[in-house]
Every structure is written in structure tokens, then in C-alpha cells.
Write a protein that binds this ligand. Structure first.
Ligand SMILES: Cc1cc2nc3c(=O)[nH]c(=O)nc-3n(C[C@H](O)[C@H](O)[C@H](O)COP(=O)(O)O)c2cc1C
Length: 179
């Protein structure tokens, strides 16, 4: 299974990007995680779309999602929702036809310094993914609270319980992906 991984943070020392890299390491040898960068996707503007079409940066990420067997979104939580940069990238990508989201096996996870670990952002993301007609993994959900404990410099990395949950989620994602 080839998984296209997207982090919803542009921060160089992002906890969520660190979590995505951890998934890459934890994934089974036959699960390849390819990371798609959304940093150069411009703000959505319907006038730009009408006059210039879909930007190359959007086509690139849409192509990576289309070529992958599955999509994994690792999202921070900003004000109880997903970050604007992630929503904006998802909105632009939804304008590509045919939609790379349609029927795409998809999983999500996220991490934050708080104890809720992006629960509220993921509930919002789940709703958006339903609208985009992805096949979204229901369980296990992965909310990694107290991010600094795992990802700050000198921290020991993820604990075995969280690694186990990630393995279970990837197995659930593989079960949704066409063989
Ligand atoms: C505008 C803004 C709003 C935030 N709102 C929340 C929030 O609602 N819940 C939460 O757990 N953390 C919140 N945070 C803290 C983020 O979880 C924290 O900055 C985290 O490190 C962002 O993810 P990253 O490390 O992947 O960039 C917020 C941060 C910012 C900048």
C-alpha cells in the first residue's frame, strides 16, 4: 500500500509533521508513506481558478493523492478546528477533476500540546472528508495529547501504546484500500 501523507502544519518543528515522520518509520515494510508538502499552495480564489485554472502546486498534490492507494492526514488543532492552511489545500484539491478524494481510503490523526490531542479538529475533518466522499477509517481514532512529551528535543519518541494504535489504524486503512 502506498500512502500519501499530508501534515496540516507548515512549522519547521511541527509536532504533527514529526508524527507523520514517526508513522513512516512505524509502517510495515510493504506500506510506503510518501509525504506531500502543501506549503506552496496559494489561497483559494475563484477568480484565479476561472482565469488561470488549477495551480501547478495543487495539481502536484492532487496527483500524489490520486497515485497513492490511501491518504493519511495528520492535523493540528487551531481554535477547535483544522488549520486554515490545511482547509485551504483541501479546498483547492477538491476543485481538481476527477476528484482525487472520491472513494479514496483515508485515515487521520493529530497531536497537540493539550490533553485532547486534536479531537475537535478531527471531528471537523471527518465531516469534510465525508463530504468529499473518501472512505474514512472509523477506528482506531488517534489523538496524541501532550505532544512535547514525545516530540520535543530530547524526548524519547512515541510510546508503545501509541505505536500500536498507529499500526492498527494503518491495518484498517489497508483493509479499505483496493488490493
Ligand atoms: C491559532 C492557534 C490556535 C490554536 N488552537 C488550539 C486548539 O484549539 N486546541 C489545541 O489543542 N491547540 C491549539 N493550538 C496550539 C497548537 O496545538 C500548537 O501550536 C501545535 O504545536 C500546532 O501544531 P504543530 O506543532 O504541528 O505546528 C493553537 C495554536 C495556534 C497557533
Amino acid at each position: 500500500m502506498k500512502i500519501c501523507g499530508i501534515s496540516g502544519s507548515l512549522r519547521a518543528k511541527s509536532y504533527n509533521t514529526a508524527l507523520l515522520h514517526a508513522v513512516k518509520d512505524i509502517a510495515a515494510p510493504d506500506h510506503e508513506v510518501v509525504i506531500a508538502d502543501i506549503a506552496d499552495i496559494p489561497l483559494y480564489n475563484g477568480d484565479v481558478e476561472a482565469s488561470e485554472g488549477i495551480p501547478a502546486s495543487v495539481e502536484r498534490v492532487a496527483g500524489m493523492i490520486r497515485e497513492a492507494d490511501a491518504l493519511l492526514i495528520v492535523t493540528p488543532e487551531y481554535n477547535a478546528g483544522i488549520p486554515g492552511v490545511l482547509k485551504n489545500a483541501m479546498d483547492w484539491i477538491s476543485r481538481v477533476k476527477p476528484s482525487p478524494y472520491d472513494g479514496k481510503p483515508t485515515a487521520m490523526m493529530g497531536t497537540s500540546p493539550g490533553r485532547l490531542g486534536t479531537v475537535r479538529a478531527q471531528m471537523q475533518l471527518r465531516n469534510q472528508l465525508a463530504n468529499l466522499n473518501t472512505l474514512t477509517v472509523a477506528q482506531p481514532m488517534i489523538f496524541v495529547g501532550e505532544a512535547g512529551k514525545y516530540f520535543d528535543e530530547g524526548a524519547g519518541g512515541l510510546d508503545d501504546a501509541t505505536k500500536g494504535l498507529i499500526q492498527k489504524q494503518l491495518a484498517a486503512l489497508a483493509a479499505l484500500a483496493p488490493t
